[in-house]
Design a protein around this ligand. Structure first.
Ligand SMILES: CCCCCCCCCC(=O)SCCNC(=O)CCNC(=O)[C@H](O)C(C)(C)COP(=O)(O)OP(=O)(O)OC[C@H]1O[C@@H](n2cnc3c(N)ncnc32)[C@H](O)[C@@H]1OP(=O)(O)O
Length: 158
């Protein structure tokens, strides 16, 4: 079996996110992994993910940044405690803020790499920054404030 992504450790009830839920058949299935101090996700847009001919829709780019950074925040919380993801008590995060700067049009047709780094973990809040790389160039930069998921939003305990 291939390496488990951050999202594979979400409990089943939280595996239906359109961006990254492994159990959403219509979703993007964004998968994130550690590479040293950075986290990485790779994603190849489909031809219909276009904004204008030859280039990727910015909303998709934002989704990639969003789910990859929120997943990174969760993984970083476990890492900070020296625990394996999926161990108790669980860490769940949602997006509080998502900011994307589109530096260059993102070419459609090849694999995109999203590389993220944790800037700060402070209480319920984790700040993660990301770069979207296509054909060796950074086409977008993002910043996500991920917040611990409040109890009332959790579908089941934990
Ligand atoms: C676990 C698996 C999840 C599966 C999906 C993962 C990826 C999905 C990504 C998403 O699409 S999530 C869906 C989009 N996001 C939402 O619907 C969240 C909606 N907003 C909320 O539910 C609440 O506003 C939120 C949980 C974000 C914050 O409410 P809290 O009551 O927990 O926040 P609180 O007031 O206690 O503030 C805690 C800290 O967060 C900061 N904060 C809160 N909301 C913020 C915000 N919106 N932007 C920036 N910072 C924010 C706040 O300033 C404070 O910082 P400090 O500790 O430094 O003082």
């Amino acid at each position: 079996m291939s390496e488990k992504s951050f999202q594979d450790y979400y409990p089943e009830s939280l595996q239906h996110c359109y961006g990254c839920g492994p159990k959403n058949p219509e979703g993007h299935h964004i998968r994130s992994f550690w590479e040293g101090e950075e986290s990485v996700a790779r994603f190849t847009p489909k031809e219909y993910h276009l904004a204008f001919p030859g280039y990727v829709y910015g909303g998709l780019v934002a989704s990639l940044v969003d789910c990859h950074c929120v997943g990174t925040a969760a993984a970083a919380a476990y890492r900070a405690e020296g625990r394996e993801p999926g161990t108790n008590p669980p860490f769940r995060y949602v997006t509080g803020s998502l900011h994307v700067d589109y530096l260059l049009p993102t070419p459609l047709g090849g694999e995109l790499e999203i590389r993220a780094r944790v800037e700060e973990i402070k209480g319920k809040k984790t700040i993660v920054t990301a770069s979207v790389i296509a054909e060796g160039k950074v086409t977008a930069k993002g910043r996500v404030i991920a917040i611990r998921m409040p109890e009332h939003l959790r579908p089941d305990p934990g």
